[in-house]
Write a protein that binds this ligand. Structure first.
Ligand SMILES: [Zn+2]
Ligand SMILES: [Zn+2]
Ligand SMILES: [Zn+2]
Length: 254
């Protein structure tokens, strides 16, 4: 009766290595052939898997691997939806439910010309839904576009997936305080004291949220190359239950 979460991507909008960047981290990761892809994940429970965010452009292969029943979108920024443009003109016999916030603009012409993607069932903040046996409560986040985090409860195992955000709206914080996730997945794009911190957490803000909500574990994602560089240069110590997610890593809550 476990719930699994696999990180498909843990990078910020630019990804790491960042195109055209010659910083030591970007050069090293290029050399090692490792990368942080657009921030996204698979949530699996029973025999079912959902895709959380669709920024990877190889969704065709990912669908073959995971047979996603549904797609959940946190918001309509390109790094979270661009993969959908690669599958929307698929076999017309298909109908893939895509649940996201009510955002009439969406991204480019995606909502106007959805193809096989079905955007009709949208998520409302704090309205708990049950899909294929898992409960999902959407929570509002602080971002430049309307954005929802998702709180998953499968037979009492609880995972909160919160990206993209800078801090948390008060009502989301109080929801999480009483809901008490086992695992918190959290936006952490910037190193501490980042000058242009507007839409994403820096490390200090992310740690404040972790301390306040106090889950068994927190995992940091949506990571930018400057944060990666900071970690390697400073060798900072994180609390023993805070971890840096990497692409491909799988968590299990039992
Ligand atoms: Zn993003
Ligand atoms: Zn770089
Ligand atoms: Zn965003």
């Amino acid at each position: 009766m476990s719930i699994k979460l696999t990180f498909l991507g843990t990078g910020d909008a630019g990804g790491v290595p960042l195109f055209g960047c010659n910083c030591s981290i970007c050069l090293q990761m290029k050399k090692d052939g490792i990368r942080r892809s657009p921030c996204s994940a698979v949530i699996s429970f029973g025999s079912c898997s959902f895709l959380i965010d669709a920024g990877r452009t190889d969704l065709l292969a990912l669908f073959d691997q995971y047979q996603f029943k549904r797609i959940l979108l946190t918001h309509y920024h390109a790094d979270h939806v661009q993969g959908l443009f690669h599958i929307r003109w698929g076999n017309p016999a298909l109908n893939i439910p895509v649940h996201g916030p009510v955002d009439e603009q969406g991204c480019a012409d995606l909502l106007k010309h959805p193809g096989i993607l079905d955007f009709t069932d949208q998520m409302i903040p704090f309205l708990c839904r049950e899909f294929n046996g898992i409960s999902i409560t959407p929570v509002p986040l602080n971002h430049s576009k309307l954005t929802l985090g998702y709180c998953f409860d499968y037979k009492g195992k609880r995972v909160a997936y919160l990206t993209d955000t800078l801090g948390l709206p008060l009502e989301t914080e109080s929801f999480l305080l009483s809901w008490q996730p086992d695992i918190l997945i959290l936006d952490c794009s910037h190193p501490p004291g980042h000058a242009h911190m507007r839409n994403h957490n820096d490390l200090m803000t992310a740690l404040c949220i972790h301390n306040k909500i106090s889950p068994a574990e927190s995992w940091l994602t949506h990571i930018g190359h400057e944060l990666e560089l900071y970690w390697h240069a400073q060798g900072i110590e994180l609390p023993s239950n805070v971890f840096i997610a990497t692409d491909g890593y799988q968590l299990t809550v039992r």
